[in-house]
Design a protein around this ligand. Structure first.
Ligand code: NI
Length: 136
């Protein structure tokens, strides 16, 4: 029997999508308004889900407070009110698309979660655009 617990989190962050090695015409063609040189912001909504067996002693898959603390430290404290391109080292040479942000978040959370558990992150960049990653 495997059960999933989920925790929601939120952060506001700015980004710009572009490649330094492309011309501005190429960047405009592929990234459109997201290539705005002065950056733009999103209200990101994250759901992190941990799946595993229920510990018979505690009745928990994982203590929700521990999961909340990991997300606060690794995601909210690291990304909230930041410019992802300029302030967050992971995106120094990685385009901060929703896809790449989800993978970076997954990797940061995975370090703190025992290998017997599965982890999935779902990241909403807008209310209608979201990506998910399970490490596969
Ligand atoms: Ni954007």
């Amino acid at each position: 029997m495997r059960v999933t617990i989920s925790r929601k989190a939120h952060f506001n962050a700015a980004h710009r999508l572009y490649r330094k090695d492309w011309t501005s015409e190429q960047n405009d063609a592929v990234f459109g308004k997201c290539n705005n040189p002065n950056f733009h912001g999103h209200n990101y909504e994250l759901t992190a889900s941990v799946t595993g067996a229920i510990d018979p002693e505690t009745g928990f898959v994982m203590d929700a407070k521990i999961l909340a603390d990991i997300i606060k430290k690794e995601v909210e404290d690291a990304f909230d009110h930041k410019n992802l391109n300029l302030d967050v080292p992971e995106f120094e040479n990685l385009n901060p698309t929703a896809e790449n942000i989800a993978v970076v978040i997954w990797n940061k959370l995975r370090m703190h979660i025992e290998s017997e558990f599965d982890l999935e992150v779902v990241l909403y960049e807008t209310p209608r655009n979201f990506v998910s990653y399970k490490g596969l």
